[in-house]
Design a protein around this ligand. Structure first.
Ligand code: ADP
Length: 477
């Protein structure tokens, strides 16, 4: 049994702004089910909800601040959560990174530097908790100083640093280094200095015993300038210590056999049940009810990363094809407006819903035939996995986690039973258009389509699978 301290700036369902919270709320539970002694540590934000109030454990003094440690539990689990309680930093409404008006906290560097110091004290068993981890598992830039600070300690635990998105690095002016009162030994280009600035993420990338990211393909991609945001050299240098582990999905929430949001539950064996969901969805969206027209869906943030511009460039041609298209999402206002214009022009073919709508996301996964995910980059991605589980065949671009979780339907993969979607290479509208046309050909051959659906629905995207891979890494380090 390993003792693991899991450090994260957010954990679902206590507080969530993105995919990191899903990982922090699921992976520790899976590891605990595998018999490991794992504790989560995170800041005690005012906005935390859905858990029992924290029980006082102790006070730790770091950098002239008296910080309390409180203990609660992850709901519906045995996993303890240690809350780093320091009201001058975390006692405000807003989310972990932004205030209520959407502005970044001006002292965000101070906040997470303090958090990192406390993680180090707990990791070194200097917080009177009588518990010393074998491994400290850090996540994203907010915890990047932990491996760096631990590197200065004797008899330190092993460290693992997971990158959820290289686009966020925790960069601060060089003057912050002195203000934060950090040890001088780390201030050099081979430490946490990045072109005269302080880089939190570099602390993780440079000093952790192992680095992981959320898919094997993304682990390769971030070693190139296009995805490495200036740190590709360091990542390439550490490539022998860098690997990718795909995130799992919550298979109880995303389960077509039990999903309470959808009008008919179904499984790979009772696929005809999916038809009723399609009818219900067409009706709900005001699209003509037609069982034979393939219904395409897209759910996600309307931002550059997700390749929505490729979809927009394709739309004029797509509307001449025999299909329907529905999209749920919000984000870039100009994209929202363009999409709505198309929907007004082609009400028989296109239905756009702007906003965040969890039930509709489930109904679209269940009712659509084909799911579009043409991302420009995608560290892991979840929707392509949900889609496969729901027998909704994904069309994805060959990048990051999409490349690792979807197998293109080609003669060989059809024969060996692995085909589970349609994959295209280039981030250009013509390639997406081609992939859509390819899906239409496959869709008309009912027995081929069913085969792809069954392959997709049979895949194991559970957290237990991913957790075993993390456990193997913990054991190695
Ligand atoms: P990312 O984390 O980059 O946004 P993912 O595919 O990894 O992309 O995860 C996005 C998650 O958010 C999925 O669970 C998806 O269903 C959900 N989601 C995104 N936009 C919406 C929306 N408008 N309504 C409902 N769910 C959404």
């Amino acid at each position: 049994m390993k003792k693991i301290l899991f450090a994260s700036s957010e954990t679902h369902p206590l507080i969530k702004t993105g995919g990191l919270a899903d990982v922090a709320g699921s992976l520790p539970v899976a590891l605990s089910e595998l018999g490991q002694d794992i504790r989560i540590i995170m800041p005690n934000y005012q906005a935390i909800k859905n858990c029992e109030p924290g029980r006082f454990l102790c006070t730790v003094r770091v950098n002239n601040c008296d910080v309390n440690l409180l203990e609660t539990r992850l709901p519906d689990s045995e996993v303890p959560v240690w809350l780093v309680d320091y009201p001058p930093f975390f006692g405000f409404s807003g989310n972990p990174y932004l205030d209520d008006t959407g502005k970044p906290w001006p002292d965000i560097g101070d906040r997470f530097a303090l958090f990192c110091r406390i993680v180090v004290e707990v990791a070194m068993n200097r917080a009177y908790l009588d518990w010393k981890p074998d491994v400290v598992h850090c996540n994203d830039w907010q915890t990047g100083l932990v491996p760096a600070l631990l590197s200065l300690e004797e008899y330190r635990p092993a460290t693992l640093f997971t990158i959820h998105n290289m686009a966020y690095q925790g960069l601060f002016p060089g003057s912050a280094y002195t203000l934060l009162n950090l040890p001088g030994q780390l201030w050099h280009p081979d430490g946490v200095e990045y072109h005269g600035m302080l880089s939190f993420i570099k602390g993780g990338l440079r000093f952790a015993d192992r680095i992981t990211t959320v898919s094997p393909t993304y682990a390769q991609e971030i070693q190139k300038p296009e995805f490495g945001y200036g740190l590709e050299g360091l990542l390439a240098y550490r490539r022998d210590y860098l690997s990718g582990i795909i995130n799992g999905i919550d298979t109880t929430v995303w389960n077509p056999e039990k999903d309470a949001y959808i009008s008919q539950n179904y499984s790979a064996k009772t696929l005809t049940g999916k038809q009723q969901n399609k009818t219900a969805l067409q009706e709900q969206l005001g699209l003509p009810i037609n069982p034979d027209l393939p219904l395409f869906a897209l759910i996600g943030r309307l931002v550059d990363q997700k390749g929505i511009d490729l979809v927009l460039s394709c739309l004029p041609e797509i509307t001449s094809l025999p299909l329907q298209f529905t999209l749920l999402g919000s984000g870039d206002k100009s994209i929202e407006l363009k999409l709505q214009d198309f929907a007004r022009l082609y009400p028989e073919k296109i239905a756009i819903t702007i906003g965040y709508n969890e039930p509709l996301a489930h109904q679209m996964e269940a009712g659509a035939d084909i799911f579009l995910m043409p991302s420009r980059f995608e560290p892991c991605g979840l929707n392509q996995m949900y889609s496969q589980r729901y027998g909704t065949i994904p069309i994805v671009r060959k990048t990051g986690g999409l490349a690792d979780t979807v197998v293109d339907s080609l003669p060989e993969s059809m024969t060996n039973g692995t085909a589970s979607g349609i994959v295209f290479n280039d981030a250009v509208a013509a390639a997406l258009h081609e992939a859509i046309k390819r899906s239409l050909i496959l869709y008309t051959d009912k027995s081929t389509w069913k085969k792809i659906q069954r392959n997709a629905m049979g895949k194991d995207f559970s957290w237990l699978n991913s957790a075993s891979q993390y456990l193997a890494l913990y054991e190695e380090i």
